[in-house]
Design a protein around this ligand. Sequence first.
Ligand code: BG6
Length: 486
Amino acid sequence: MTYKVIFFGGTGDLAWRKLMPAMYEAFRHGALPGEGRILAAARERHDDASYRLWLAERFSQLSWAEPFCEQAFAQFAEQLHYLPMDLSDPQSYTQLRAWIDREPADAIVIYLATAPKLFTQICLSLGKAGLNRSSIRIVLEKPLGHDLESAIEINEAVLSVFKEQQVFRIDHYLGKQSVQNLMALRFGNSLFEPLWRREWISSVQITIAEDLGVEKRGAYYDHSGALRDMVQNHLLQLLCMVAMEPPSSDDADSVRDEKLKVLRSLRPFSAADVAQYVVRGQYRAGSIAGHAVKAYRDEPGVDPESTTETFVALRAEVENWRWAGVPFFLRTGKRLATRGAEIVINFRPVPHSIFQAPIGSENNRLVIRLQPEDSIELHLLAKASRRDRAEQGRLAPVALDLDFKEAFGSQSIEAYERLLRKVIAGRLDLFVRFDEQRAAWSWVMPILESWAQHPETCRPYAAGTWGPPAASALTAREGITWPEER
Ligand code: BG6
């Protein structure tokens, strides 16, 4: 098989930090099919040779899981090409078509790693240049739209040029190893399925916590905020993975149909619900790992009076037979105490206990950890074999811990590498369909609308903490604590 991958925005941060390293790793491990060529397209003046040097220099700034191999990079670089492009000039697209047509390829991937405001213009220009043929796959990075209306607008423009089966909308969380493992755990094992329902599960908690602030993305982030940046996409996709019914196959549309049903079953928020079930916050100055960090409002590019949220915690409900009444708590934030992402499935207590109260009040819990390492832990209660009289005969929590690095003995594949390989292979199962995206935007819109009317509801929290205290109150009302509070 032969392939060509074209990266618009080939000199941008995403390209050199994530996309090119992913292609390089896939190449180095022989995971790419057959012969390929990669083209970086951007405004800057480079030729193939100067781009290769530029990329080598950028690669030297990255930290690699395995020592960087100059020889492998030299081989990889032979595939790399560069095309200077002016996105508003039809001539540039003619040159691109000439490069694509120079030698035939089975799969042609065009990855738009540019600002999303350029997507419409690029897609229409590709169409005019005849670059919408069926062998072309178009990859779109998030954010795809700022709200429901703009998301529909962009998607309609893209779909006026390409067919839905040609469009690969990225949510890089779907490429993470642990999300693959969640699918495997649920649908490759019979053990959990009978328990995976409201009769046995009391609540679900999904957290994506970051210790970093907005870094150099203040200007973008201040117009986005955590709800658009993380909840509308990553957190809702994780919720879908937990809540979806078993698909009839691993075929892309079978999986995506099931996720869509979940998104459509989410209970809509009224304005009163937003006040009661959604907490938003913004970080003030604080300290992380002993280092003082500044407030969000003092970050470059951020409005000094900004009311944009850097933290969200909310309570969602999936209204169907499997999940009715089970709260799904979603939480994400920047400048939190530590970096970590996990899904916690809390099981109900036993109906009648014959034991004394356990040491530490624990119910069974399944923890699917995505970050910093992939792991799955099953928390059980066991007889503590301790001499201490007070503890004799009592139950204590103990975890069955599956560490994937230990089990499979190798580095897991990075999300972008997995996703790029899927695009080249033409598999859409880890990409988001337009109707999923529309359903996700529809669900978050009442929250955005309510916040626009009540900017004062954004609560401060000190950097290095777990967000505003109201986030603890949100779960405490139902007798639930967040993992770090246990
Ligand atoms: C991106 C968001 O989609 O995900 C960023 O735009 C966020 O703000 C990032 O930092 C988190 O991804 P990961 O894989 O580092 O958890």
